[in-house]
Ligand binder design. Structure first.
Ligand code: NAD
Ligand code: UDX
Length: 463
């Protein structure tokens, strides 16, 4: 490799769901920049360097192959990467703390701090450090203090550049984002660093979509965006509960209110509860921040979004139990979809985990199927008491089952041969469509008893 051909060297610390894909797109769009992604996890880096990438994301592999070995590199040589880099993205995970003060709410910032200390120890000269991980507001200040501590003569400018991609659509979200946000200090050196980062994004994103702000607004905007999105889901899920009591249909209600342009049509789909690595964690973090600042009412307001989500998962499970004559003992239930949403193998905080555990406590036997997430599902249910089998083939999962429970709306589940499935099942046969995506009338005509979130049940009285 001719080292001189690159105008700048970018390093990303953390080769996860965000670091890998975002850096791949930067490498694709900015061939004159060298982009290196490092991680402490050797297996993950090996996977990024192989044919079996560590995460599934539509369109990702082609884009990795386009740049890997040219201007995109995956490595565990973290110190070397830091020494050589001009711009360092910090993209390590910031999970919810599960110990000590703030357990269950506060962000666990140990991985961020370890990264900051390593950057400080290995740096010389000037470097831009970019927070891409989602952080509590005012974290950049802590980063600045760590980086500038001791005798180190290096100069660091810290920027906040939160990531708004959603899994399953990550490539589209990054190639054509609604906006990119860059927060900086409003000092001459802060603005200079900000302009350097903006210049990277302007390779492919129109100027007006790259917005700038101060550091704290940028950090808080990320938490707020996720809180607003999750709040919409909890809002429509709360309405789904009223629908089930009143014969209203949540699809029709969502459609009717979404046509109001002030409300908008997106994120109004009732389901078994939201999942994923971000929503619960980021709202919990927001709640904790509010409590820390003594804003009790604000904390309670946002906490309700999480409570409503827990309620929704429980309600979905209880409807299954009630419809199946209040006993699931020994009954096989086919779980269609385990990923927290379609087009990803990610199962972090997936509603399927909670719902499956509740079903297992009732002594149901589970047949879990998912097109991409079966390996993660096995890990998630490892050690949980009860009978669980995993099937690549949904028809096998459904064989001899009493019920189908659709938790993730994979496209292929809409087009299964439900007549064939019905014939292979125990009778009476039930479908619980957690996402409201199946053809309910058709299923009912085949002979299923059909229940969908926020919709009246369709029951055969003769079985
Ligand atoms: P992830 O767990 O998939 O990846 C984080 C990686 O960081 C891991 O591979 C881990 O080994 C590595 N790491 C941890 N400590 C390290 C260290 N000291 N040195 C080097 N590597 C280290 O996490 P993710 O889903 O990519 O999320 C990263 C951040 O982005 C989080 O703050 C998250 O909230 C935020 N975010 C995530 C998404 C998403 O959809 N996943 C979207 C927007 C923002
Ligand atoms: C989310 C944000 O959308 C993204 O901007 C942020 O960067 C990371 O967090 P992600 O969690 O990957 O992205 O997926 P998202 O599409 O937001 O879905 C999250 C959960 O909400 C999924 O479980 C999904 O099924 C659920 N959902 C979404 C609903 O139940 N109803 C909806 O209408 C939309």
């Amino acid at each position: 490799m001719n080292e001189k051909k690159f105008v700048r060297k970018i390093l990303c610390v953390g080769a996860g769901y965000v670091g890998g894909p975002t850096m791949t797109i930067i490498a694709n769009k900015c061939p004159e920049y060298q982009v290196t992604v490092v991680d402490i996890n050797q297996a993950r880096i090996d996977a990024w360097n192989s044919d079996q990438l560590p995460i599934y994301e539509p369109g990702l592999k082609e884009r990795v192959l386009q740049a890997r070995g040219k201007n995109l590199f995956f490595s565990t040589e973290i110190d070397k990467g830091i020494q050589e880099a001009d711009i360092i993205f910090v993209c390590v995970h910031t999970p919810t703390k599960d110990f000590g003060e703030g357990a269950g709410k506060a962000s666990d910032l140990q991985f961020i701090e370890a990264t900051a200390r390593r950057i400080k120890d290995q740096s010389s000269g000037k470097k831009i450090v970019v927070e891409k991980s989602t952080m509590p507001v005012r974290s950049a200040e802590a980063l600045e203090r760590i980086l500038h501590s001791g005798n180190n003569s290096s100069e660091f400018e810290v920027l906040s550049n939160p990531e708004f991609l959603a899994e399953g659509t990550a490539i589209r979200d990054m190639e054509n984002p609604d906006r990119v946000l860059v927060g900086s200090r409003e000092t001459p050196s802060g603005i200079k660093a900000r302009d350097e980062l903006v210049k990277i994004y302007e390779h492919w994103i129109p100027k007006e979509r790259v917005i700038t702000s101060n550091l704290w607004s940028s950090e808080l905007s990320k938490l707020t965006a996720n809180a607003f999105l999750a709040q919409r889901i909890s809002s429509i899920n709360s309405i789904s509960a009223i629908c089930e009591e009143t014969q209203a249909n949540v699809r029709e209600v969502g459609n009717a209110i979404g046509k109001d342009t002030r409300i908008g049509e997106k994120f109004l789909f009732a389901g078994p509860g939201f999942g994923g690595s971000c929503f619960r964690k980021d709202i919990a973090n927001l709640v904790y921040l509010c409590e820390t600042y003594g804003l009790k009412e604000v904390a309670e307001f946002w906490d309700q979004v999480i409570k409503m989500n827990d309620y929704q998962m429980d309600r979905f499970f209880k409807r299954i139990l009630r419809a199946m004559f209040n006993s699931l003992v020994g009954k096989k239930i086919a779980v269609l979809g385990f990923a927290f949403k379609p087009d990803t193998s990610d199962t972090r905080d997936a509603p399927a985990i909670t719902i499956c555990k509740k079903l297992l406590r009732e002594q149901a036997r589970l047949g879990v199927t998912d097109p991409k997430a079966l390996e993660n599902a096995k890990l998630d249910l490892q050690g949980v008491e009860g009978s669980v089998e995993f099937y690549a083939d949904p028809y096998e999962a459904a064989k001899n089952a009493h019920a189908l429970v659709l938790i993730t709306e994979w496209e292929e589940y809409k087009n299964l041969d439900y007549s064939r499935i019905f014939k292979s099942m125990e009778q009476p046969a039930f479908v619980f469509d957690g996402r409201g995506v199946l053809d309910h009338q058709k299923l009912f005509d085949i002979g299923f008893n059909v229940y969908s979130v926020g919709q009246p049940g369709m029951e055969h009285f003769s079985g």
